[in-house]
Design a protein around this ligand. Structure first.
Ligand code: UTP
Length: 224
């Protein structure tokens, strides 16, 4: 079994990435022959665009989150296939029930107040899976923003506490593009779930699944 959180900006960066989605669907079709897969897809640019308009219209944060959830579900629906539960599951419970009959279950968001990363951790928690693979466009956690600073260095391993401190001072407003949210780390910590953050490459994903090799950053229990 594997739980994957696929960053929305990978699927929908400037526009919908047809080639990537198509390649990912092939991967799902192949892998679903011998592995149960929960795939949670984020909202990406489409969520941010809708949320920004909703915000300008003066809508409250809850309603903006609802719109983000809808955007993530549209993205997730592009991964539905013969290999999967034929609709985007709307709750963790629905996903668990669906997984009894289908090898692949797709999800976007569920409730306001968190991101799709948190949804992937709640699924892992519910099904007793001890690791979530988080695919992001940045490919890991860096000491500073790698898109702005050339000398940014990747952090290979972090404790839950390190991760919490890193994100604690950041805002949690709708649509903010953070590598991870605090709620996700809290859920990971309480159930001792390891988060493996990697890039968008399907090859990297296969390696993470096959031999547990995490090419980006691992957030989990550390010895220090
Ligand atoms: P994402 O999970 O895509 O958030 O959900 P993100 O981290 O900002 O974006 P990426 O995927 O890394 O690019 C988009 C927005 O939808 C709402 C939140 O407003 C979130 O910022 N959302 C999503 C929820 O309120 N609940 C959910 O369960 C999921």
């Amino acid at each position: 079994m594997v739980v994957i959180s696929l960053g929305g900006s990978i699927v929908y960066g400037d526009m919908i990435d047809f080639n990537y989605i198509s390649a990912f669907r092939k991967f799902l079709e192949e892998k679903s022959k011998n592995t149960k897969i929960f795939l949670v897809v984020g909202g990406g640019k489409s969520a941010r665009d809708y949320i920004s308009i909703a915000s300008k219209l003066g809508m409250d944060e809850f309603s903006q989150d609802r719109i983000g959830i809808m955007a993530s579900r549209i993205n997730a629906s592009l991964f539905i296939g013969n290999y999967s539960y034929p609709k985007v599951a709307e709750s963790v419970e629905e996903a668990v029930i669906a997984s009894k009959n289908y090898p692949v279950v797709l999800m976007g968001g569920t409730e306001p107040g968190h991101t799709t990363d948190a949804v992937s951790l709640l699924i892992a928690e519910r099904v007793g899976e001890k690791r979530v693979i988080n695919m992001t466009s940045v490919g890991g956690v860096y000491d500073k923003d790698p898109r702005k600073y050339k000398d940014a260095e990747i952090i290979r391993r972090m404790s839950y506490r390190d991760a919490q401190e890193m994100f604690l001072n950041r805002d949690m407003n709708a649509g903010l593009n953070l590598p991870f949210d605090l709620i996700s780390i809290k859920i990971a910590e309480r159930s001792k779930i390891e988060i493996c953050i990697i890039g968008k490459s399907i090859e990297e994903l296969k390696k993470a699944m096959l031999d547990g090799e995490c090419q980006g950053t691992v957030i989990g229990i550390t010895n220090d």
